[in-house]
Design a protein around this ligand. Structure first.
Ligand SMILES: Nc1ncnc2c1ncn2[C@@H]1O[C@H](COP(=O)(O)OP(=O)(O)OP(=O)(O)O)[C@@H](O)[C@H]1O
Length: 259
């Protein structure tokens, strides 16, 4: 792996009809970094996320994960390659329990497959017990262990976001991509979230983060890319980016509504 680069994305472009949503955007994320993607509304952040996680097909771009090239053509392929993501609008299995939601995430790494599941072979049962135990550990890790048997939809908003993170971690990802994890959270929940993301990083994970809460982004991220109208207008440490005139202009300039 060159310089411990986990994700290397170069030259990503994406057009929707007459709109150039992304123009040759590239980022490099090193192992153990929290990397932020920020920009005003409509800047192209979600589109970029959707491209690297296989939801949208890019018009151009090259991608490698852990030094291995990958083609983000389908979400399950990207998950197998090692990127796990959460969504801006929470996507849990609402009527499944919290622990079942995490177990689903873990299943992409299991061996028994469908045959074992249908016939409940001994190896399947053993594997299932191990998955349940690991899933409970992950729920404890994100701080919602006591809700393991609660249906996902009965959890508070902040806890549902943490459940999504546990599910993402269950896939043992090389990179975890968080799409606005603090959206809709109150101040207390944000403090807890920040501690959790810090802990995930300190435990050796690599994180890509889209977030509107500037305070959270500046406090958490090692590096940032700023998008505006699909173009990368700045890249650097939070201090570098904060003082960049183009960035100040993009956030204060006319044409963007404040978030
Ligand atoms: N599926 C799509 N079809 C057509 N246009 C799209 C599609 N997805 C996004 N766009 C457009 O691409 C541009 C970038 O949108 P995107 O959602 O990526 O921005 P964003 O930075 O994530 O914004 P926000 O902060 O509001 O979530 C916008 O002008 C949006 O309307």
């Amino acid at each position: 792996m060159t310089d411990n680069i986990v994700l290397n994305v170069a030259g990503v472009s994406k057009r929707f009809g007459g709109l150039q949503a992304l123009s040759e955007v590239g980022i490099q994320i090193k192992a153990g970094q929290v990397y932020g993607l920020i920009g005003p509304n409509g800047a192209g952040k979600t589109t970029f996320f959707n491209v690297i996680t296989g939801l949208y097909t890019p018009d151009a771009g090259s991608f490698s994960l852990g030094g291995t090239p990958y083609t983000p053509q389908a979400v399950h392929q990207v998950a197998k390659a090692g990127i796990a993501r959460t969504f801006q609008n929470i996507r849990l299995f609402a009527d499944m329990t919290a622990i079942e939601n995490v177990m689903v995430g873990r299943h992409i790494r299991t061996k028994s497959g469908l045959f074992g599941a249908v016939f409940r072979s001994p190896s399947f049962k053993q594997e299932e017990a191990a998955i349940r135990q690991r899933s409970q550990e992950l729920l404890d890790y994100v701080g919602i262990g006591k809700f393991a048997e609660y249906k996902a939809r009965t959890l508070s908003y902040g806890d549902q976001r943490r459940l999504e993170i546990a599910r993402a971690l269950a896939t043992d990802p090389k990179l975890i991509a968080l799409d606005e994890p603090a959206a809709g959270m109150n101040a207390t929940e944000k403090v807890v979230l920040r501690e959790l993301i810090d802990r995930i990083r300190n435990d050796g994970r690599t994180i890509l983060l889209i977030e509107h809460d500037v305070k959270l982004v500046m406090g958490l991220c090692d590096r940032l890319t700023v998008l505006d109208y699909g173009k990368q207008i700045a890249e650097g440490s939070p201090a570098e980016v904060q003082g960049n005139e183009k960035v100040i202009e993009a956030y204060l300039g006319a044409g963007h509504k404040a978030h």
